[in-house]
Design a binder for this molecule. Structure first.
Ligand SMILES: Nc1ncnc2c1ncn2[C@@H]1O[C@H](COP(=O)(O)OP(=O)(O)O)[C@@H](O)[C@H]1O
Ligand SMILES: [Mg+2]
Length: 260
């Protein structure tokens, strides 16, 4: 469904993606782990064309997208839902308007179809009768659900989640995990989930890929990664301060590890 070959991206001479390869099969949930700043969000933005790569290939559903013009790319984008970290709701619009935004702006649908899709998408994420609420009236967990509903109402084939459980409590995180699993099982979507949360990774993943120095250094089933003897993988998933990941880049799991 998504095939990435030899992808390169640098910013101001700093190599971020450095010949990265990644394959996501149709219907699978691929979790991406790796330290802050390693280029996980950059990869997701490359897939949706918010950032264009310096070199390499990205195929989405068999279509090479790296050289697509904006108008052609928009057709691909309609198939890909991107769930941003903060939720990114419009504060001046109510929940219904937020969820309907893309349908109203970019799709030629009648009002009843839009209303039905919005209600269906909200029901899928476990919310009912919230259309008239404003984002400021929602809890953090509800905001996440609404942002997921906004993506779901486009009926995408692919959903990309960027750190969906950052900033939410453990109970909300567990509910989000269940939702991600449901999206795969009920809707057969193909997903990439970027996360620092290893509980989440183990729960939702069909396979896990670890980024390091601009490449995928390990990619395997949950058990393969959990039991990996690769020193970098081992250090990361066990959150250890000492190992091949050096101290000057020792920002692991979002915590700065003090130098000795
Ligand atoms: N648009 C941009 N312009 C310049 N640098 C960027 C841009 N986007 C990301 N970067 C840099 O690329 C690196 C990787 O960022 P990112 O993909 O956000 O990391 P993460 O793995 O934490 O998601 C960071 O050093 C970041 O500062
Ligand atoms: Mg990121």
């Amino acid at each position: 469904m998504i095939e990435i070959r030899n992808l390169y991206k640098a910013f101001n001479g700093k190599k971020i993606l450095n010949g990265l390869n990644l394959t996501v099969r149709r219907g699978e949930t691929k979790v991406i782990i790796g330290r802050s700043g390693v280029g996980k969000s950059v990869l997701l933005k490359n897939i949706v064309g918010l950032i264009r790569p310096d070199a390499g290939s990205i195929k989405v559903n068999g279509v090479e997208v790296t050289n697509l013009e904006e108008r052609e790319y928009n057709k691909i984008r309609m198939e890909i839902g991107l769930v941003f970290q903060g939720g990114a709701l419009f504060d001046s619009m109510n929940v219904g308007e937020n969820v309907a935004f893309v349908l109203n702006e970019f799709m030629d649908l009648d009002k009843k179809t839009v209303d039905d899709r919005v209600a269906d998408a909200l029901a899928l994420v476990g919310l009912k009768d919230v259309q008239d609420l404003m984002p400021s009236q929602l809890s953090g967990g509800m905001r996440k659900r609404v942002s997921l509903a906004r993506v779901l109402c486009m009926e995408p084939q692919i959903i990309l989640y960027d750190e969906p459980t950052s900033e939410v409590d453990p109970i909300t995180a567990a509910a989000l995990n269940n939702l991600i699993i449901e999206m795969r099982d009920k809707l057969k979507v193909t997903s990439i989930v970027v996360t620092h949360d290893m509980n989440m990774a183990y729960k939702v993943a069909d396979s896990i890929a670890m980024f390091y120095h601009g490449q995928v250094i390990a990619d395997g089933s949950v058990d393969e990664i959990r039991n990996s003897k690769h020193p970098v993988v081992y250090q990361f998933i066990h959150g250890e301060a000492h190992g091949p990941i050096t101290e000057d880049e020792s920002l692991v799991f979002g915590h700065i590890i003090q130098k000795k």
